[in-house]
Design a protein around this ligand. Structure first.
Ligand code: PXP
Length: 248
């Protein structure tokens, strides 16, 4: 069985679109609340929750993570960059795992994988710091043999393969097979190197049919498509409630 980690960052994206520079979430009363959505996702069958606290705090706030942790039922996979500030923050939050991601302030979302091979010593140091604290690390990398080998070399127990190229190629049947093949080779190499292989980015209700054929993937981390669907599926109730309250 492939596990499902639900990424709730985009709940916070919707909130921050209105409350842009506001870091006070007023105990979750500012809607939509990522912690409340994480608890709902857990009740609905999520095997774990992912949150990414970015250096610029553009979506998830530290307070969201702290509130989620107060009543979490599964486990938190916290995404952070390799910067000293973020490593310290992650250690203080004590998640069950950490996924190390690249951060570029201009990107809309995490656009490429981490260059572990090109940042071997810093990556090794960060992985060791987390492992010493009892927190397993996952390197978010492209399905590139050099990055997989570098992740194994620095003894990160897990990797997360970036599935963005596969997701973008989904509507182009030739490219789709090529990208799926690249992911399959990456998965097989990762497993042969003794790594636990997770995957994610851009997985949705269409391309999951292809993604799930990568059956040695331990867990998929999926965010945007699930949060998007929850917005449309919840609209009728939201309108009915406001309509009723206006006229009561
Ligand atoms: N995995 C990582 C490391 C990510 O940064 C993201 C996006 O924030 C995801 C998975 C989930 O991607 P998506 O929101 O496209 O499902």
């Amino acid at each position: 069985m492939i596990l499902l980690g639900v990424n709730v960052d985009h709940v916070a994206t919707i909130r921050q679109a209105r409350y842009r520079d506001e870091t006070n979430t007023h105990g979750g009363f500012v809607e939509p609340d990522p912690a409340a959505m994480a608890w709902l996702a857990e009740e609905a069958g999520a095997d774990g929750i992912t949150m990414h606290v970015r250096e610029d705090r553009r979506h998830v706030q530290v307070e969201d993570v702290q509130r989620y942790l107060e009543r979490k039922k599964t486990r938190l996979n916290l995404e952070v960059s390799l910067s000293a500030e973020m490593v310290e923050l992650a250690l203080s939050l004590k998640p069950e795992s950490v996924c190390l991601v690249p951060e570029n302030r201009k990107e809309v979302t995490t656009e490429g994988g981490l260059d572990v091979a090109g940042n071997l010593e810093r990556s090794r140091e960060v992985v060791r710091t987390f492992l010493d604290a009892g927190i397993p690390t996952s390197m978010f990398i492209d399905p590139d043999p050099a990055q997989l080998e570098a992740s194994a070399e620095i003894e990160s127990p897990w990797v997360e393969l970036h599935t963005g190229s596969f997701a973008r190629a989904w509507f182009d049947s030739e490219n789709r097979e090529k990208e799926l093949g690249t992911l399959r080779s990456g998965m097989e190499l990762g497993v042969s190197l003794g790594l636990r292989v997770n995957a994610g980015h851009g997985i949705n209700y269409q391309n999951v049919e292809g993604a799930k054929t990568l059956d040695q993937v331990y867990e998929y981390n999926i965010g945007h498509s699930i949060i998007s669907r929850s917005v449309s599926n919840g609209l009728a109730e939201a309108v009915q409630t406001m309509r009723r309250m206006l006229n009561e």
